[in-house]
Ligand binder design. Structure first.
Ligand code: HEM
Length: 505
């Protein structure tokens, strides 16, 4: 017990005392009705010693290998183990049924993590929290408001024209940046811009020029800020706060990135609100159909609007870029799937050139392809939950309240006992009637109240972009390219640049 307690050092003022409190509460909780079997405590849970975990983390490829360490963890310790991530003790859960047990006990206002450096930044600068970072009633209020515009299928379908315009520009941009033999180098960087333009068009109903031949400098800087912020997120969380004073650079860079992202979002919102005010002054009718308009009409403080828009912009860039890059990477290596998918799209369109939201319902292979890509490359390879109001039992262990629980989605979605040939791209596996996968084995958008609010917009954007790219181009691997592995940068992203040939059809 003492050994564990000493691991929980750093961020909180009196961790040892807090830990002993937790332990005492856990011990007092007693067995849950119907589960009188001896309940094990965190003391009984296996896990690496601190030196071996630190060695793995920093000497063997570091934070970028966190997803692989999930798989190694299962092989060494089984489906549940504990480990200290810097100052934080966390319980890893890497089995679909056990992940289900956690999520079913998450309560009314689920919390992802109370140890986030994202929250620390907001507190430091006096910003409000957006949907990604807020908690409790504050989170619930904005979730309900945004849910009306982001989760209802009809509301989301209405964005298809806006998104199709952006897809049209992406196709033109791909044509523009092709080299001899149709080669586009580093497709992810094109797709970052597509992601940002897509989410901006939904948020502001205006275009911000990310797909223009010359990209505005502020856009490039925003994208760079997101990338660097993600790299710094894990580092700043792994460092106890006293280390921030000794090595201030990671924390300072992290804050500068967020400063820029907040300024960027605020600049666009203020511009949009001012343009609207002018319209009203001219006696014109304003009919906003964009998310920022809906948010600003709810009476929320402007600080809350700024933080939510910043977080939505951020959430819509790397997620879309990575998924689109991996989709085309896999399709270029599986021409038979690519051909079948193109046939499906063309037959549904029946001579029309541009798919709409309603068409997607008749494109099961397109949906299965994205599902399979997100199984192989879940953008969020590990999620988290903290249950704050009570101790819970998971897999026969008593987990004290306020423990950080890491949900190892990468490990479950590559688990050979769940998915045969787990490392192979097989979209058709999702059609097999004889094979029902555990519903929590691959949950790339999360499950339940706190799941991804952008899911429907993201899926629509991906479906419209993928189908259109396949209509316009045959996508082939770079003849000189190598196979690309994923790496963790908070999110799961390609380790090396993916270059592909886009051959005109
Ligand atoms: C392939 C694309 C995407 C994937 C795989 C993805 C995945 C996720 C996951 C796993 C979560 C955490 C869920 C949980 O904790 O249970 C999440 C949360 C969230 N996502 Fe996404 N996301 C994607 C795209 C987007 C887009 C385009 C937006 C913005 C329009 C967005 C906005 C958000 C927000 C605001 C949250 C926080 C929700 C809350 O806490 O209530 N996401 N996403």
């Amino acid at each position: 017990m003492l050994q564990q307690a000493l691991r929980v050092t750093g961020r909180s003022a009196f961790p040892l005392v807090k830990w002993m409190d937790r332990w005492a509460e856990g011990a007092a909780a007693g067995p849950v009705a119907g589960q009188e079997k001896a309940v094990r405590t965190l003391d009984d849970m296996p896990g690496p010693s601190l030196p071996s975990f630190v060695w793995d983390l920093f000497a063997r490829g570091g934070l970028s290998r966190l997803h692989e360490m999930q798989v190694e963890g299962v092989n060494r310790y089984g489906p549940m183990w504990k480990a200290s991530f810097g100052p934080i003790l966390t319980v890893h859960v890497a089995d679909p049924a056990l992940i289900e047990q956690v999520l079913r006990q998450e309560g009314h206002h689920p919390m992802r993590s109370d140890l986030s450096s994202w929250k620390d930044y907001r507190a430091l600068r006096g910003h409000h929290c957006g949907l990604l970072t807020s908690e409790g009633e504050e989170w619930q209020a904005v979730r309900s408001l945004l849910g009306k515009h982001m989760l209802r299928p009809k509301a989301v379908e209405a964005y298809d024209k806006t998104l199709n315009n952006v897809v049209g520009d992406l196709i033109a941009k791909l044509r523009h940046c092709r080299r001899p033999q149709g080669l586009v180098t580093d497709i992810a960087s094109e797709f970052y811009r597509f992601g940002l333009e897509g989410i901006s068009s939904v948020l502001f109903e205006t275009r911000i020029g990310c797909l223009d031949p010359v990209v505005p400098e502020e856009t490039e800087r925003f994208i760079k800020s997101i990338n660097t912020m993600f790299v710094m997120t894990l580092l700043t969380m792994a460092m106890p706060s006293w280390l921030h004073q000794l090595f201030p650079k990671p924390w300072n860079v992290f804050c500068q990135c967020w400063d820029y992202m907040f300024d960027f979002a605020k600049g666009h919102i203020d511009q949009r609100v001012a343009a609207e005010a002018e319209q009203v002054a001219r006696g014109e009718k304003v009919e906003g159909r964009y998310l920022t308009y809906f948010l600003s009409q709810t009476g929320l403080p402007m600080k809350t609007v700024y933080s939510n828009v910043t977080e939505l912009l951020l959430a819509g860039v790397d997620t879309i870029s990575s998924t689109l890059s991996w989709s085309l990477y896999e399709l270029s290596r599986h021409p038979e799937v690519q051909d079948a998918l193109r046939k499906e799209v063309l037959s549904v369109l029946g001579g029309r050139g541009i798919p709409e939201a309603a068409d997607v319902a008749r494109m099961p292979l397109l949906k299965a392809t994205v599902k399979e890509v997100l199984r192989l490359y879940p953008v969020i390879p590990a999620n988290a939950r903290v249950i704050t109001d009570r101790d819970i039992q998971v897999g026969g262990y008593l987990i004290p309240k306020n423990t950080l629980i890491t949900l190892c989605h990468f490990a479950t979605s590559r688990d050979p006992t769940v998915f045969p040939n787990p490392h192979t791209f097989q979209p058709c596996r999702w059609f097999r009637k004889d094979q029902a996968y555990h519903p929590y084995a691959s949950v790339p958008f999360g499950v339940g109240k706190r799941s991804c609010i952008g899911r429907r917009i993201a899926e629509l954007e991906l479906y419209l972009a993928l189908s259109r790219i396949l209509i316009e181009f045959d996508v082939k691997p770079d003849p000189e390219g190598v196979s690309v592995k994923p790496m963790t940068r908070t999110l799961l992203v390609p380790e090396n640049a993916i270059s592909l040939q886009f051959i005109e059809r």
